[in-house]
Design a protein around this ligand. Sequence first.
Ligand code: PBG
Length: 332
Amino acid sequence: MSEKLDLPTRMRRNRKSSAVRGLVRETILRPSDLIYPLFIHEDDRNDPIDSMPGCHRWGLAGLVDEVGEAHDAGVRAVVFFPKIADDLKSSDAAECYNPDGLVPQAIQAVKTHFPDIAVITDVALDPYNSDGHDGLVAKTETGGLKILNDETVEILCKQALCHAEVGADIVSPSDMMDGRVGEIRDALDDGDFEGVSILSYTAKYASAYYGPFRGALDSAPKAGDKKTYQIDPANAREAIREAELDIAEGADMIMVKPAGPYLDIVRSLRDTFDIPIAAYQVSGEYLMIKAAAKDGWIDEAKVAMESLIGIKRAGADMILTYFAKDVARALG
Ligand code: PBG
């Protein structure tokens, strides 16, 4: 028999059984941490989305059923992304504040059936804009594209108000225009919606991980890219400056997006600010797990769970994830 090592500390003692591991566990993921993003369209069918296996574009009835299943599993927050018919898209994106539009209908349907669900709405022009950008587009003298900041913010305010008027609990500007949080706050307050919260996409990076989402909504930019408004993936300090501004302008919660490849940003914002932080596990992160699990190369349920624990451990209070329903069920 070999000599006993003289070790005052044996780390494995705290891992010796499920019960002991439970006692020392630092990060607990709960269904109430999760926000379920749902795609909707103006159609009664529920269409599976090719670029995002497991996800659907829901009709209103299908949406209510799906929210019901997520609710049964303990999810209490949802966010909607609309696929808008081509003939409703325009260069002024006016459909985004149509009170009878798809998103207002979805908000009303879900709030009627599930008053205790927090309904979050995305505020940005891309699903409604014939140019596919989050802001209004103008041509420059040299034939290039310019995304108009201040003109866009005016429309975002109308969009946020339109969502608030039919019962949205939280509006979530994902457009990355400068000054939009403060202007939306003022517009909401002037409309007597001081109780509606703002979850700002504060650190939204110009990421290739959004590819499958743009496929799902047919919302890819027709020309150019989003690099003049979304943050360069190489930059970390810039996220702190964005957060300072959004907090000063009245954001109630801030977001980092994508999540997995940007955990350092989640951590640095967590260490710098006390405001609640959301992280968005985006379509490409979801798809990579789905694709790797398709032929059994990895265990989907375990990898999905681990990916979310990692995001929470990095400092996120809440996580937007297409796995929300499945993971909430697994959490029991
Ligand atoms: C657009 C928006 C995007 C996502 C959420 N809101 C795409 C983009 O900025 O091009 C991406 C979400 C995902 O990839 O899951 N305002």
